[in-house]
Design a protein around this ligand. Structure first.
Ligand code: GDP
Length: 225
């Protein structure tokens, strides 16, 4: 079962002015080797290994596929779709024999039928309970709409099981620099107030903002440092 916490849901609204963020210097060389391994629709289809995994979760359309593709320098790796909620499978990508990236199905799309939501929840739960493999969860949120109800649920889950979480506030290019920073600080504050240890950063797949920071976090989780 999902842990049933009752944290206050305080959603802030942010400016939506556009701005060009400077691309950062980065080195995602290691992640460029990522290759598709398998899609799993049922727990018995999960690939076996004792290696380390880092998973990516987020509301449909938040920018999860784009973030994975940017990380791996491969536009076609994770499917980017304009139809939210369509991908219900867990996609596994191999980095090396001991390490994998895992793309969890997008959540929170209102038009998904109830039965599909339940199937999704069961699949997600089955995956997330494999504690021994999972070294961290990256939770992708649109910087203009952070910390929605299901984002909190994922954060609470991480907190409950002591799993490191890293929040990626993506589509940062949609906001001016000042508004990006305000959002970052507001999200950090809300997490702290709600007892979450999650780290937070700004990201843009479009401008590659924050790629170096993400790579550094994943390097640490996957013990690549
Ligand atoms: P997913 O459903 O979470 O995998 O989201 P996608 O990666 O498919 O992105 C959803 C939409 O947001 C697509 O139209 C993307 O082109 C767009 N998008 C994703 N990341 C960014 C970003 O950093 N900046 C901007 N401007 N658009 C983005």
């Amino acid at each position: 079962m999902w842990p049933n916490f009752t944290l206050p849901l305080v959603i802030h609204q942010f400016d939506t002015d556009n701005a060009g963020a400077m691309a950062q210097a980065f080195n995602n060389q290691y992640f460029r080797r990522a290759s598709f391994l398998i899609s799993a629709g049922k727990p018995n289809q999960f690939p076996q290994s004792d290696g380390a995994e880092v998973a990516f979760a987020g509301r449909s359309n938040a920018g999860k596929s784009s973030a994975i593709n940017t990380l791996c320098g491969n536009k076609g790796l994770a499917k980017t779709s304009k139809t939210p909620g369509r991908t219900r499978l867990i996609n596994f990508f191999t980095l090396d024999e001991q390490r994998r990236l895992v793309d969890l199905p997008g959540y929170g799309y209102a038009k998904v039928p109830e039965k599909m939501k339940q199937e999704w929840e069961q699949l997600m739960e089955a995956y997330l309970q494999q504690q021994h493999k999972l070294h961290g969860l990256v939770i992708i949120m649109d910087i203009r709409h952070p910390l929605k109800a299901f984002d909190w649920q994922m954060l609470e889950w991480c907190q409950y099981y002591g799993l490191p979480a890293h929040v990626l506030l993506t589509k940062a290019d949609k906001l001016k620099r000042g508004a990006q920073q305000s959002s970052l600080l507001a999200v950090r504050k809300m997490l702290k107030e709600n007892g979450s240890n999650a780290t937070v950063q700004v990201f843009s797949a479009l401008k590659q903002t924050g790629l170096e920071e993400l790579v550094s976090k994943l390097n640490a989780w996957l013990e690549l440092d």
